[in-house]
Design a protein around this ligand. Sequence first.
Ligand code: PMP
Length: 404
Amino acid sequence: MKLEKIRNDFPILNEVVHNKPLVYLDNAATTQKPQMVIDAISNYYTHTNSNIHRSAHTLASRATELYETARDTIQQFIHAAHRHEINFTRGTTEGINLVMYSWAMHNIQEGDEIIISALEHHSNLVPWQQLCKQKKAKLLIIPINEHGELMMDIYYKQLSTKTKLVACVHTSNSLGTINPVKDIIEKAHLFGAKVLIDGAQAVAHAPIDVQALDADFFVFSGHKLFGPTGIGVLYAKEEILNEMLPFHFGGEMIKTVTYEETTFNTLPYKFEAGTPNIAGVIGLGAAIQYVQSIGFDFIQEQEKTLLAYATEKIKQINGLRIIGTAANKASVISFVINGIHTYDVGVLLDQMGIAIRTGHHCCMPLMDSLSLEGGTCRASFSFYNSQEEVDILIAGLERVVRMI
Ligand code: PMP
């Protein structure tokens, strides 16, 4: 059976927690790593470890080849037009900060407007809030309806010639809402605004085509895509990257240096100062190859089935309320239970070997607006999760409810 075989690819799924088999339902926080990714990293350190780009010796050229091949893999994965539009970062957070410091800092002026949504993770909120304060620009928020869907009619009205940037999450980590990003981008472009898409929660669940989307910036993290932590990608259109100043100064990002002047390297090296996370890049390349070997048809079918099955069962639990019921939703279920703090639900489930996330999910303003002081409990599924694991979660929640 395919699922059994897939589960065997992830050694951590055999872990035991509090004498119970691990049921890992915290995939929106980070995904587990298949053996292929672990091997790619281990093989790199065992056989290839060397610094890239600057040496004549064999190991260095092997390491450079592995690193640059991973860039090609990522380019194809998100359908970027050019390999040099793929810039390696530490993750989504760093990618957004890079855009803030290297593009927005020089392109946003007093009186300009930036639009974000009510569903943003702090990493796509705080940088823009801080920039707006510094530049005396205005931050506008696209509100959500009672299902957790963006109110697009209000967004259309918020757009104007003052809008310089729209920074929006593709898929909400807290409610699971999948936003109509193509429409968001199209409408913003009518006013000449640039658009940044936070793809952190999107890349593991559906194919991404940055050219079809016409995204100006697209960011994601490797660790939510079955790859290592500490590595991520900033995609941006070539012409925008060419206009941007470097984010970090130092080695590798230069062409020539004198005591008086520096000329900067070509793309993508202009944005990759210093020794990068070579093993991380190679691991991310392997993770994408793994995802491609499974295929998005299977991934989407499995996640859709799990979401529908879990939603139906979880709804029947006494006193439990699902938060976020968007029509177009990723495999995430946020919920609260009357009479018990979200954190306590998390601790009790952990005793049963079940890992879910509780709290504000780095979306404090959203939780405040929903009057959810303790945030929510969030179960998030990946394609390697099984219906049996959903049943264990449901049985666990029923036990929790009986304890209240
Ligand atoms: N945006 C979203 C939607 C996320 O879910 C996350 C991680 N929870 C981030 C941004 C930040 O990603 P990272 O911590 O990997 O930089």
